[in-house]
Design a binder for this molecule. Sequence first.
Ligand code: PBG
Length: 323
Amino acid sequence: MLVNRPRRLRANEHIRSLVREAQVNVNDLIYPIFLVEGNNIKKEISALPNNYHFSVDMLKEEIEELIDLGIKAVMLFGLPNKKDELGSEAYAEDGIVQRGIRRIKEITKDLLVITDVCMCQYTDHGHCGIIKDGHVDNDLSLEYISRTALSHAKAGADMVAPSDMMDGRVGAIRKKLDNNGFENIAIMAYSAKYSSAFYGPFRAAANSTPQFGDRRTYQMDWGNSDEAIREAKLDITEGADVIMVKPALSYMDIIRRFKDNFNYPIAAYNVSGEYSMIKAASKAGLVDEKAVVTEILTSIKRAGADIIITYFAKDIARWILEK
Ligand code: PBG
């Protein structure tokens, strides 16, 4: 006689959903938005099908759609017209992201506005910090990165997300925000950001490929996992409110280690390459897009993520509504 029959709990959808451990909720999602200079622009990004470059004046319809879908948070990326050595458009009061934040806050107060804080879209050399003597200078970069975060907070951002991977940037940002009366603005740290080939479509979309060298002196090596724990510990000590793993799919073990090691909200960034691969495979008729996306995002939650940043946010929100 078989006493244990695991199939009892798989008999029908009601019982399966009763015992399901992980599922994606629309409240978990952050949708990335790419802002460009100019007017009247809503242009599909070829590297990221079904995602668009928006000029600030074209945001209203998109923001209203997100709210209708129940999405609660966006992450802003900016593509400035002018790049220079110091990435000055990153912290300009009327920079592209700063104007985007103000516009979204005009449209609604009912959406969390999170900003990616980095220099790479804004520097003419395309690195995530400031170059001195041919190298990214860590401590010099901190001043510009924290200045950028402060300018986002001043424009009305609810949360800032430093993605540069300089040492000490969370502490520098926390101090800068606190000294300027923004102690309630949260920091979501890209704590374990790997030097990944999966960022390819993003760099095409954001025009942020480094002009020389690569990002391996600041982003993490693929082979490391203990180092991710050390990075997250540093970020938490320096004042991070949320810790992130990026990319998601090749780093599920890191998500799980974060979950087991830290009692902090964990975000996972389902990055551009992960998105575009699925888009290409489903376009070729190789996979059922809705099924694989749901499976992947559910598995990111099961791995331990509380928050998922994904270009699929609108699709999954729609599928949840339809259900
Ligand atoms: C900026 C930044 C990158 C991504 C998010 N912020 C690119 C990079 O580090 O090269 C990648 C996001 C994606 O691939 O979806 N530093």
